[in-house]
Design a protein around this ligand. Structure first.
Ligand code: ADP
Ligand code: MG
Length: 400
């Protein structure tokens, strides 16, 4: 079963089942495909989550993720440790994803893997594994597909999970109460906010995305994480700020808001403003540590969290509103790790109510890094036979 948008794209293609090329990468020979289904194995390893997912004929059958706790004591991701943890996790994670989907290695039509952006050492683990898998299947039908991680986050909006597999608990973080998932029509404006990126993207199709605004310094997630670190909260700090903000007053503090032209963002000044606010309070009260300050002032931590969260959300929504108005787009979506933030999700609901816009918010399971979104992006590329040669190398930084 193809999901709605995939069906639309498929209608525009020739009958690809009869015209598959024997691909140069040695990966595709239609006549030797053992399965009549289109089966995509997605692999994600760009940062500190090792994830694998299986999509069969457009339906997500499994999504398995191993997160890395090793970074907690360092207050941030340590690249070398991340690569090593991916090495440990990748085989069991992929094996579990295939087993849960009841798919044999020989049945895989294509391996879709995150090629970038991300940490190079981490990306090398996923891409090398994907290539190895494709090479091991050289005599049968198996293609390699590269996926841009940021496009993957946006394509999370098109994932169609199998209700049966959701019920079995094979799709990490999803329950039957989350179904059915809604998928946006094209075009739509997507606010992509994660630990490394903050962008406004006009999405015209799965293959046609244009960045119309982006951060000129820190990302929104980075701002949350850095402010959380000042407050002594564990890494990643975004979810902690979200939690504490619920008990705080969002109007307790006023932080400097960036004044950047057009649809671009900036969050480094906000972080500095947050630091200065705390520094001034320490001076006033003749204290030397943030820990003491937080201990002595009732609800200060909660108020700071609520205020910084409210400011980040206001900055994000102001540019989204401006871009949507100027571009005449009435359909808006949010994606990336920060889209898990409860305040931002509510801001999208409010935006929809106020401006009569159609709003799309992903289920929590598909907000932070996961392979379901990579398999989904790969699935659309598969339908176009948009394959990747085996000598492709990962990239650390890129635009969509
Ligand atoms: P990456 O940048 O590696 O693609 P993700 O897409 O997984 O990362 O997003 C991770 C970021 O999302 C982190 O900065 C984290 O703090 C942030 N984040 C996750 N949950 C929340 C939340 N509830 N509120 C705010 N930020 C959050
Ligand atoms: Mg991400």
């Amino acid at each position: 079963m193809l999901n709605f948008a995939a069906k639309k794209i498929k209608d525009h293609l020739c009958d690809f089942t009869h015209h598959r090329p024997a691909y140069y990468a040695g990966c595709y020979h239609s006549h030797s495909n053992m399965s009549s289904r289109n089966i995509i194995l997605g692999i994600e390893s760009s940062c500190d989550d090792t994830s694998a997912a299986v999509i069969a004929d457009g339906l997500l059958l499994s999504n398995v993720t191993a997160s890395q706790s090793v970074h907690e004591e360092y207050g941030g991701v340590v690249p070398e440790l991340a690569s090593r943890a991916h090495q440990l996790n990748i085989v069991p994670v992929i094996d579990t994803a295939l087993r849960r989907a009841e798919i044999e290695r020989e049945e895989i039509s294509a391996v879709a893997v995150t090629r970038g952006p991300g940490l190079l050492g981490s990306l090398l683990v996923g891409t090398s594994f994907a290539k190895g898998l494709v090479i091991s299947r050289r005599q049968a039908a198996c293609a390699l597909i590269e996926v841009n991680h940021l496009q993957g986050h946006i394509m999370a909006h098109f994932v169609e999970p199998s209700p049966e597999m959701v019920e079995k608990g094979y799709i990490r973080g999803l329950t039957l109460a989350d179904l059915p998932l809604r998928h946006p029509d094209f075009p739509f404006l997507c606010l992509l906010v994660s630990g490394g990126n903050s962008q406004l993207v006009v999405v015209r199709s799965p293959h046609d995305m244009e960045i119309v605004g982006q951060t000129i310094d820190d990302a929104a997630g980075e701002a949350f994480d850095k402010c959380a670190k000042v407050l002594g909260l564990p890494y990643p700090g975004g979810p902690w700020i979200d939690k504490l903000a619920k008990q705080g007053n969002p109007a307790a503090f006023h932080f400097a808001k960036p004044n950047i032209p057009a649809y671009d963002y900036s969050f480094s000044g906000l972080k500095t403003s947050f630091l200065y606010t705390i520094r001034d309070m320490l001076r006033e009260q003749h204290l030397d540590s943030v820990e003491q300050l937080l201990e002595l002032t009732p609800n200060l931590k909660e108020d700071l969290c609520a205020s910084i969260q409210a400011t980040v959300i206001e900055v994000l929504m102001t540019k989204l509103r401006l871009a949507a108005k100027d571009l005449g787009i009435k359909r808006v979506a949010v994606a990336g790790g920060v889209s898990a933030n409860s305040g931002l999700r509510q801001a999208f609901v409010d935006y929809g109510n106020k401006y009569g816009a159609e709003v799309f918010i992903p289920p929590f399971a598909f907000t932070t890094d996961n392979a379901a979104m990579i398999a989904e992006a790969g699935y659309y590329k598969f339908l176009r036979e948009d394959f990747c040669p085996l000598d492709a190398v990962p990239y650390a930084k890129t635009r969509i």
